[in-house]
Design a protein around this ligand. Structure first.
Ligand SMILES: Cc1cc2nc3c(=O)[nH]c(=O)nc-3n(C[C@H](O)[C@H](O)[C@H](O)COP(=O)(O)OP(=O)(O)OC[C@H]3O[C@@H](n4cnc5c(N)ncnc54)[C@H](O)[C@@H]3O)c2cc1C
Length: 309
């Protein structure tokens, strides 16, 4: 119920203007977001790389309204990738892209615009010597996103995709995307989805995650285990062993600001640990999805509100 309300609020312009103006919002946002500016994102990347992490940077933005804004987002990624190249961080830091931010939902030619912009970003990543992963949004975009990913992979075979274990279709998508060189980030899924397409209960989603992970770990691709769930992390380690995977043939991923001690433990174990690091002014939707994932985050936020007002 609370999760549903928060996810609905994540798409509401009215809720957005209220939440953005609340005094304690900024402080809590900083826990999950590197900052508004590129130099802040690069500084946090540098610090985390120094602590043994790999990074995937996300330039925040979801509600792209016209082609100029979509092109602006692609340009922001090009500037980011140039900065990663210049600072020598590209070897350890890649980028994550939401196709909606580069035009996928535009009424006229949205898919083509998103494909062209994503291609620009892939070219800049290739020039910097790093990779790109396409984030996955709600289920109405899955076919379009996987279609664009297939087209881009013809030129950029290292392009990663995200698959969401809460969708009924994902076990079969994992089989399709488990060929040689295929980079797949498996997550549980962060959007409000109907029962017709997605498992609804935590246990069902967790069981689906394990089934999907079994397919990816047994395949010939590069699984990226995106979860903070201790049981999933343990099972991932066991499946990697069972499939004779070396530490460099898969990786763990977590969101910036969540379970940092566990991130450190994984680094110390010799496994690859990548942090998803968002930056930019458009943090509202991302922030609300993080609140929806964990009631304790909301309680922390409300406590801060109560003490400030
Ligand atoms: C690298 C990465 C990329 C992602 N990309 C996408 C994407 O493209 N599309 C998409 O739909 N989703 C994406 N997600 C989000 C994902 O789908 C889940 O919503 C999120 O990761 C929570 O699921 P969980 O596996 O951590 O397990 P859960 O069962 O939700 O949580 C397990 C435990 O992790 C901790 N935890 C989880 N979330 C939080 C939080 N917000 N704050 C504090 N503690 C928390 C808690 O201790 C919790 O008990 C991504 C997640 C990661 C890590």
């Amino acid at each position: 119920m609370l999760r549903t309300t928060l996810l609905a609020a994540s798409r509401s312009p009215r809720a957005r203007s209220v939440v953005e103006q609340l005094p304690p919002t900024r402080a809590l946002v900083q826990r999950f977001v590197a900052g508004d500016r590129l130099d802040e994102a690069v500084a946090v990347t540098d610090e985390l790389v120094g602590a043994g992490r790999r990074i995937t940077l996300d330039h925040l933005g979801e509600d792209t309204r016209d082609a100029a804004q979509a092109a602006g987002t692609a340009a922001a990624y090009e500037a980011l990738l140039a900065a990663l190249k210049e600072t020598g961080l590209a070897e350890r830091a890649e980028v994550s892209v939401k196709l909606s931010a580069v035009g996928q939902f535009l009424p006229q030619d949205g898919e083509r615009i998103a494909l062209d912009n994503a291609r620009r970003i892939c070219a800049a990543a290739a020039d910097a010597g790093t990779t790109v992963t396409l984030d996955m949004e709600d289920h109405t975009t899955t076919d379009s996103t996987l279609g664009i990913a297939r087209e881009l992979r013809a030129d950029y075979p290292w392009l990663g995709v995200v698959l969401q274990a809460y969708l009924h279709r994902t076990e079969s998508d994992c089989a399709d995307f488990s060929g040689p060189g295929s980079r797949v980030r498996l997550c549980k899924g962060a959007y409000q989805e109907p029962a017709s397409v997605a498992f609804q209960g935590k246990h069902e989603v967790d069981r689906s995650y394990v089934r999907c992970l079994k397919v990816l770990m047994a395949g010939e691709g590069y699984p990226m285990v995106a979860s903070h769930d201790p049981r999933i992390i343990t099972i991932a380690g066991e499946l990697a062993q069972r499939n004779d995977r070396k530490p460099e043939s898969f990786e763990y991923q977590m969101l910036y600001g969540i379970r940092p001690e566990e991130q450190q433990r994984i680094v110390a174990s010799g496994a690859t640990m990548r942090i998803y690091l968002p930056y930019g002014g458009e943090w509202y939707g991302y922030f609300m999805r993080r609140l929806a994932e964990r009631p304790a985050n909301l309680a922390f936020f409300l406590r801060a509100l109560a003490t400030k007002n």
